[in-house]
Design a protein. Structure first.
Length: 209
């Protein structure tokens, strides 16, 4: 998906290079040949890019079992995220504290377009809010993982972020959440994509100078 004149994945790659990442693996399935033709070996951006080809969809975490040269700590992220998050600092904190799994998160609000009634068990009104906004925390689609995480990912089948998190919670394994107060959009969502295109002229100087 283009943000004005540049694909979002190219923006992400340029950000990662500026943050000091020197080896990127693209987990590809759909349109793999198109991605390989555009990004090649990464030399255009001064980074090594290689590819992990899925013969069937493996979701977010399943492809990690196909990558043979993962380092002890590494970053995993979706390819349609527009953010000013410092990827290098996130990974440094994750590694220095010897975490198993770190989730980058950001705040959102859900606007309720109705008057909300608060009712007691015997159906008596005890409170009222006119069109309230409910704050909540969401995953940004950016994660730091330790290599030990592979022990929790089954081979050769679809296994997503949600499945991994639920499994870790069930096992009472530690999962660290880092709140990002800055800019974040998931341009896979039509509303976020439209906003990203509108915001890009003022963001370009900081996100992709």
């Amino acid at each position: 998906m283009p943000i004005i004149d540049r694909p979002i994945l190219e923006i992400i790659i340029r950000q990662l290079v500026r943050c000091g990442f020197d080896h990127l693996t693209l987990a590809v399935n759909h349109q793999a040949d198109l991605l390989k033709a555009f990004f090649g070996d990464g030399s255009r951006w001064g980074v090594l890019i290689d590819y992990s080809l899925e013969t069937k969809p493996l979701s977010t975490m399943g492809p990690l079992r196909l990558v043979p040269d993962l380092p002890e700590n590494f970053l995993v992220m979706n390819g349609d995220i527009l953010t000013d998050l410092s990827y290098d600092e996130l990974l440094r904190q994750h590694a220095s504290e010897r975490r198993l799994f770190t989730i980058a998160a950001t705040g959102r609000e859900q606007k309720i377009d109705y008057g909300v009634l608060q009712v007691t068990a015997d159906q008596q009104l005890r409170g009222f809010q006119e069109k309230p906004s409910i704050p909540y925390l969401v995953s940004m689609g950016v994660y730091c993982l330790n290599l030990r995480i592979l022990d929790f990912i089954p081979p050769c089948r679809m296994f997503g972020f949600d499945q991994l998190v639920m499994d870790l919670l069930a096992r009472e394994m530690p999962v660290h959440v880092v709140r990002h107060p800055g800019y974040w959009l998931d341009i896979g969502r039509p509303d976020d994509y439209e906003r990203a295109v509108q915001d890009w002229p003022s963001l370009a100087a900081t996100i992709d100078p």
